[in-house]
Design a protein around this ligand. Structure first.
Ligand code: ATP
Ligand code: MG
Length: 351
C-alpha cells in the first residue's frame, strides 16, 4: 500500500480524469528518431494504473484533431496532460491552450511556459537575464549559411525545438568549420528546422527533478548520468541512441557524490528556473558541470517523460524513495490542489 492509499476514502475521488496523450504511430521516416517525443501506450497505461491504485479513475483520450469533441463527450473535469502536440515549435502548448480555452483544469505547465521552454534559444536568452550560466550559442537558421563566430570549438549541433535527444547523436559535435558545414547540411535536410550551435561543455552531466508548487515544491537530489568507460568516443553525449540503450552506455548515480556546494548550486538554479519560467507541478532540468566546477544550464523539460522504467524523471524520483505510482499520483495531486480541486492533502472537492 502506498502512502496515498491511506489518506483518501474512494468517495472523495469521484473526479473524472482524462489522460491526454499522443502515441507513436510507427510511421517510417528518413530520421530514425522521427517519433522520439511521442509516448507508447504502456506509458499511458502506467499512468492510468498508478492513478487507479490510488483510487482515481481516468479515461484515455488520444490528442488528435477530434480532441475538442472527445473532451466534451467524455465530460472530464480534469486532464492529466502528457500530450506532445503535433507540428511546429509551439506544439507542446497546443493541448494546454485548448484546455485553457475550454476551462478544463489540467496537470503541468501552461501553454506559455511550454511554448517558451520548447524553444531552447529563447529559454537560454531569457534565463541569461537572471544570470543563469548557459553555454554560449547561436541559432543556425534553416536556409541560411551557418555563422558561429564568437563560439569556441568543439561545438554541439542540436535542433532548437526538440526533446528526447531527437536529432542528437554521437556525431553531433564538430571541431572545425568543415565539419560544421557538413553536419548542418545533413541535419537541416533531415529535420527541416532551425538548429542550435552551442559550445560543448566537457564535464559531468546531471538532471534535476522538481515536483509541486509554491512552498510545497520539492527538488529531488540531482541524478548524474555517468558514461560507461569505452562505450563512447571522445565526447560524451546523452544521445537518442544512448537513451534507447541506456543500460549499455550509462549508469545513473544518485546521490552522485559531487561537492555539496555544486549540488546546492544546481538545486537553487533549478528552483530559480522553475519559478522564472512559471513552471507548474513538475519539471526536469539538465545541467553540465565543467571541469572547473562551473554549473551550466543545458535545457528544461516542463513536460518530462513518464515512461515507467525508462524516463529519467521517474528514475530520479525512485532513487529518492518515491516509486512510480506515488510519483504520478503526487503530480496529479499537486495539480488538483493548485486548481482548487483539493481542499487539503488528498481531499477532492466538487467543482
Ligand atoms: N552544450 C552542451 N555541452 C555538452 N553536452 C551537451 C550540450 N548540449 C547537449 N549536450 C548533450 O546532449 C544531450 C541532449 O541534449 P538536450 O538535453 O539539449 O536535448 P533534449 O532532446 O532536449 O533532451 P531531453 O531528452 O532531456 O528532452 C545532453 O543530455 C548532453 O549529453
Ligand atoms: Mg535533455
Amino acid at each position: 500500500m502506498t502512502e496515498c492509499d491511506t489518506e483518501v476514502p474512494l468517495m472523495q475521488k469521484e473526479i473524472r480524469i482524462g489522460i491526454v496523450y499522443n502515441l507513436k504511430k510507427g510511421i517510417h521516416s528518413q530520421a530514425i528518431d522521427h517519433e522520439a517525443e511521442y509516448d507508447s501506450i504502456e506509458t499511458v497505461y502506467g499512468i492510468q494504473n498508478a492513478l487507479k491504485k490510488n483510487g482515481y479513475q481516468a479515461s484515455l483520450l488520444e490528442a488528435g484533431k477530434d480532441l475538442p469533441g472527445k473532451l466534451q463527450e467524455s465530460g472530464v473535469d480534469f486532464v492529466f496532460n502528457i500530450a506532445e502536440g503535433m507540428n511546429g515549435r509551439g506544439r507542446e502548448a497546443q493541448i494546454p491552450a485548448l484546455l485553457t480555452m475550454l476551462d478544463i483544469p489540467f496537470s503541468g505547465s501552461d501553454e506559455t511556459t511550454l511554448c517558451i521552454a520548447l524553444d531552447k534559444a529563447i529559454t537560454k536568452r531569457l534565463l541569461s537575464t537572471y544570470r543563469v550560466r548557459t553555454p554560449k550559442f547561436t541559432v543556425i537558421k534553416k536556409g541560411e549559411r551557418p555563422k558561429i563566430s564568437g563560439l569556441q570549438y568543439p561545438v554541439i549541433i542540436k535542433p532548437n525545438a526538440e526533446g528526447s535527444s531527437k536529432g542528437i547523436s554521437d556525431i553531433s559535435i564538430v571541431e572545425n568549420r568543415k565539419e560544421l558545414l557538413l553536419l548542418v547540411d545533413k541535419c537541416i535536410s533531415l529535420y527541416q528546422q532551425d538548429f542550435l550551435a552551442e559550445e560543448y561543455i566537457e564535464g559531468r552531466e546531471f538532471t534535476v527533478g522538481i515536483l509541486g508548487n509554491g512552498s510545497e515544491t520539492k527538488v529531488f537530489t540531482p541524478m548524474e548520468i555517468v558514461y560507461k568507460k569505452g562505450t563512447q568516443g571522445e565526447y560524451h553525449v546523452y544521445s537518442y541512441n544512448v537513451k534507447q540503450e541506456y543500460k549499455k552506455f550509462v549508469e545513473y548515480h544518485c546521490p552522485s557524490g559531487i561537492e555539496k556546494s555544486i549540488e546546492d548550486e544546481m538545486i537553487s538554479t533549478a528552483k530559480l528556473i522553475y519559478e522564472v519560467l512559471g513552471c507548474r507541478d513538475f519539471a526536469r532540468i539538465d545541467f553540465r558541470v565543467s571541469k572547473e566546477g562551473k554549473v551550466y544550464f543545458i535545457e528544461i523539460n516542463p513536460l518530462p517523460g513518464l515512461a515507467p522504467n525508462y524516463s529519467d524523471y521517474p528514475m530520479l524520483a525512485e532513487f529518492c524513495g518515491m516509486e512510480y505510482d506515488t510519483l504520478v499520483t503526487e503530480v496529479f495531486r499537486a495539480a488538483a490542489k493548485r486548481c482548487g480541486l483539493m481542499q487539503q492533502e488528498g481531499d477532492l472537492i466538487e467543482r
